[in-house]
Design a protein around this ligand. Structure first.
Ligand code: BDP
Length: 337
């Protein structure tokens, strides 16, 4: 048997070759900074949840990696985020599900108006079977769901009047997220939907291109829309979730043990986000009233709900098995309320 030769260094070219080969075969994430996308400002509850997640990335990788949250849609335009996550150009992001039903049919059910009365009802489903079902579906789009964040209750607001009855909507130009369902929602109420990215709504209000929009209170305040459209009617037409997602390409570079820790960090960041959100909701109405916002009670929801038939019917008739399963879970929970 030939003795093992010790102490003889490999030539430099071979050392480099072995190193490169090892890295390619094992596919580890090279030590680097992960980049996260958010449409909101740094002090917004969404970003606070994401910042907690970013810190956890450092801990989970024992300081090898770090993560940074880029607010105000700095990394990419809103409409391109899902594609950039799938390509691994953005490592993680937080997005509202409303604009994504056209691309991911199973998410359409979560964008249906008048489905949930509040976030508690919504999370009772999303923190259970429905949430797991949708998380599995999202992986097919090359993204990994890390946490369900709160998109709260959305209401309509207008520059000069309350929007309480169906007749109040006639001919009003109202901004919606770029999704066919939400355009149809405003159309069905008799208004004129104007699809625009979130960041362009303020400019459109300033230029008089729209009469109003719809959103939750924290967004209405943080964007300054309340200064131009100070009539906020509690229509409560949508309660919607948001999601913290990681690019599957980034995800697959972590070890299985680290992936479990990332999932847990995502879940905890969502809890943190929801706490920050609820805290903000406590004082927001009083603060906005001091700024001159007029809050109006919503009218009878019955006639509004009846107008939503063109949105509900394609969902009832959907041939997509997952959409049917998701809808079944929602309907069962409604029956139990
Ligand atoms: C905000 C959501 C954000 C949406 C935005 C919108 O947090 O994800 O993109 O509304 O209406 O409340 O576009």
């Amino acid at each position: 048997m030939r003795p093992i030769r010790r102490g003889r260094a490999l030539p430099a070219w071979m050392r480099a070759f072995v190193c490169v080969l090892g890295c390619v075969m094992a596919g580890p994430l090279q030590a680097r900074e992960l980049h996260g996308w958010s449409v909101h400002a740094d002090d917004y509850p969404v970003n606070q949840g994401m910042q907690q997640f970013a810190q956890a990335v450092g801990r989970i990788s024992a300081g090898e990696h770090s993560a940074r949250v880029h607010g105000n849609a700095q990394l990419a335009p809103q409409g391109s985020v899902l594609g950039k996550l799938a390509q691994g150009e953005i490592d993680f992001a937080e997005i509202g599900v409303l604009g994504y039903g056209d691309r991911i049919p199973a998410l359409r059910v979560l964008g249906m108006p008048y489905l949930f009365q509040d976030s508690e009802q919504m999370f009772a489903l999303l923190d259970g079977e429905l949430g797991r079902l949708l998380a599995a579906e999202l992986r097919k789009y090359d993204v990994v769901l890390l946490g369900w964040y709160d998109g709260g209750t959305r209401n309509f607001y207008h520059r000069s009047k309350p929007l309480r009855r169906v007749s109040d909507f006639a001919g009003e130009k109202l901004r919606v997220a770029a999704s066919s369902g939400h355009m149809q929602m405003v159309e069905s109420l008799g208004g004129k939907p104007v699809p625009l990215p979130f960041k362009e709504v303020l400019g459109a209000l300033e230029k008089g291109q729209i009469d109003g929009a719809e959103n939750n209170l924290p967004s209405y305040e943080s964007t300054g829309h309340y200064k131009l459209a100070p009539h906020y009617t509690l229509t409560r037409h949508l309660v919607s979730p948001e999601v913290l997602l990681m690019s599957r390409r980034t995800w697959e570079q972590f070890s299985p043990a680290a992936q479990l820790q990332l999932l847990e960090a995502g879940r905890l960041s969502a809890i943190h986000m929801r706490e920050q959100w609820n805290r903000r909701l406590l004082e927001i109405q009083a603060r906005l009233e001091k700024q001159g916002v007029k809050f109006h009670a919503g009218g009878d929801a019955g006639p509004m709900v009846r107008r939503m038939r063109p949105l509900y019917e394609p969902l009832w008739a959907s041939a997509d098995p997952l959409s049917r399963q998701a809808l079944g879970l929602v309907l069962r929970s409604m029956a139990g309320r």
